[in-house]
Design a protein around this ligand. Sequence first.
Ligand SMILES: Nc1ncnc2c1ncn2[C@@H]1O[C@H](COP(=O)(O)OP(=O)(O)OP(=O)(O)O)[C@@H](O)[C@H]1O
Ligand SMILES: [Mg+2]
Length: 260
Amino acid sequence: MTNPILTISNLTKRFGGNAAVSGINLEVMPKETMAIIGPNGAGKTTFYNMVSGRMQPSEGSITLDGRDITGLPPHKISRLGVSRSFQINNIFPEMTVQENVEVVLSAYHGHSRKLFNVASRNTGIQQEAVELLKRLGIDSLKNQRAEVISYGDKRLLEIAMVLATRPKLVLLDEPTAGMTPDETRRTTRLIKSLAESGDYTFLITEHDMDVVFDVADRILVMHRGEKLFAGTPSEVKIHPEVRRAYLGEEEDEVTEETGA
Ligand SMILES: Nc1ncnc2c1ncn2[C@@H]1O[C@H](COP(=O)(O)OP(=O)(O)OP(=O)(O)O)[C@@H](O)[C@H]1O
Ligand SMILES: [Mg+2]
């Protein structure tokens, strides 16, 4: 039997008297794409912050690939294989797109980031960088300086840099936020093909429902810090409580649409 890559037990975070996340249990299987949805303030970002180590849980545990990572600092969790999308300001603007990926790959292969030297680039790493850029569909931009590419392409470069560390679990925080509809469609297609390649395990928060229903194998629906439901996209779509709480529907509308 396959073991979960991520096991969340009774995860809880309180701010003062309020629980932002309350008693969440969840298992994510290897190669699965799990989305977390919920209305504003549902606790998605707080949940994420605990998994990546930015916030200490008040209660509960987080296990990565059999190892308890609860409360470890972000750099340790990252070293153990949880990679969160970098902020765009982690991109080196004056370097080319390809060099940005090479910097991360060099660090991954044990070379110092500071010693990265364009003049003595390693051919293996160069090839690996181009392969990754191809997977993100931005290899045609490889020789452009990172500062001149579009916002959407920068976010794809960011994902290439995340994947370069060969993470066990990739956390994508609203990967299409701020993108144009075209960029959103392109990014959704890409995430879907990366997910289907079976090479990665994704945990995604996303406000765009079309993206969520398209890419997720399973969806965790949060509401006021609690797990309202976890299931496949088709189960989520017809779940009456989810529709009421999340999609803001009235009860009789739900009854009518589901034919119940
Ligand atoms: N550092 C903090 N101190 C106090 N309260 C906080 C803190 N961070 C989050 N909260 C509260 O916890 C609750 C959950 O917030 P969180 O940001 O996790 O929600 P979210 O689902 O990510 O919302 P959104 O969709 O708006 O991003 C909210 O009521 C929020 O006000
Ligand atoms: Mg949030």
